[in-house]
Design a protein around this ligand. Structure first.
Ligand code: NAX
Length: 326
């Protein structure tokens, strides 16, 4: 029997957290032979909810679930963790400006980055989901100077999954017949869903690729507005699909993506002329715990325009909280 892996989930009492913990405990992240210790972090006011979730986890009698640790202290919740999925963040409240939200969440990710730096496993894999996810990941990474930069990522996989489902439906093909679809940039409406390299059953999709009007007017816009459409329909933001995307992201990172291209927001290394350091969604292939960026793809004038838009937005976000990047 393997020794258990420790997995921290922040904001575990929230709606994404609730959709995530049971699937992880069931083995959907690390497979059917990997025991797990769950570390659940939330704010003090949510301690009752965390206790309830812990009781429900117990009542599921998951064979892989070794133990559940619940806490409102990041230094307890992150101790020795191998994986940390940072979901907890403050929602935008009435009257709050974007800058207020950036600042409120920035301080959460400074604190959590420091705690990860102090107590997490040195090869911890961190995925930031809480918004603004790309910039929160930058903050957490900066606050954790003793951890390698390659420990940190932010989630753009929900956008990739949405784009893949939409392209599949448009082509009337199964969703898993589609590969090499990319989402670049920020998890925000500036994201760029890019099917120029996409394949269906390993072959290119010329009809769609030539249909520039559908691309610009329908595809890119609909993918970018999908989160808003779900809020309008459900009265709440995406939860199960966000949890599913977090599992997809982390499973591929840990177990490998089997040569499939997967989009991940990573600290830019300057490739594609994106400023170094900011977390930018890029295409990757994951192999046994490490991430390889796919480089040297052709960037045409339209793609350059879209990448620039995302980069400008991410620079603005970073500049607004620069004083916290210490
Ligand atoms: P909820 O409001 O349901 O849950 C958030 C939870 O985080 C709450 O239980 C709250 O008490 C907790 N929390 C707040 N501050 C905390 C702190 N300092 N430490 C620990 N816990 C803390 O939100 P939910 O719908 O679960 O969404 C969570 C975050 O994911 C939001 O920021 C949301 O915008 C973001 N999303 C990101 C997505 C992505 O693709 N990157 C997609 C889905 C989602 O919108």
């Amino acid at each position: 029997m393997k020794s258990p892996k420790r997995i921290a989930i922040t904001g575990a009492a929230g709606q994404i957290g609730y959709a995530l913990v049971f699937r992880i405990a069931n083995g959907d992240l690390l497979g059917p032979d990997q025991p797990i210790i769950l570390h659940l972090l939330d704010l003090p006011h949510a301690s009752g909810a965390l206790r309830g979730i812990s009781m429900e986890l117990e009542d599921c009698a998951f064979p892989l679930l070794d133990k559940v640790v619940i806490s409102d202290d990041p230094h307890v919740a992150f101790r020795d963790v191998d994986i940390a999925i940072l979901v907890g963040a403050q929602p935008r409240k009435k009257g709050m400006e974007r800058i207020d939200l950036l600042e409120a969440n920035a301080s959460i990710f400074v604190e959590q980055g420091r705690a990860l730096n102090a107590v997490a496993n040195r090869s911890v894999k961190v995925l930031v989901v809480g918004n603004p996810a790309n910039t929160n990941a930058l903050i957490a990474m900066t606050a954790a100077p003793d951890l390698d930069r390659s420990c940190f990522s932010a989630m753009i996989r929900l956008d990739q999954n949405r784009a893949q489902a939409m392209l599949a439906s448009h082509l009337d093909k199964p969703v898993d017949s589609i590969s090499q679809l990319i989402v670049w940039g920020n998890h925000s409406p500036t994201m760029f869903a890019d099917y120029r390299f996409a394949l269906v059953y390993g072959h290119s999709v010329p009809f769609v690729i030539q249909n520039e009007q559908w691309n610009r007017e329908v595809f890119i816009k609909t993918v970018a507005q999908r989160g808003t459409a779900i809020i309008e329909a459900r009265g709440q933001s995406s939860a199960a699909s966000a949890a599913n995307a977090a599992l997809d992201h982390m499973r591929d990172w840990v177990c490998g993506s089997n040569d499939r291209w997967v989009s991940m927001a990573l600290p830019s290394d300057g490739s594609y002329d994106i400023e170094e350091g900011i977390f930018f969604g890029v295409p990757t292939i994951c192999r046994s715990g490490s991430i390889e960026r796919i480089r040297d793809l052709d960037i045409n004038a339209f793609a350059r325009e879209r990448l620039q838009l995302a980069q400008d937005e991410l620079r603005q976000e970073r500049d607004a909280i620069r004083h916290l990047l210490v």
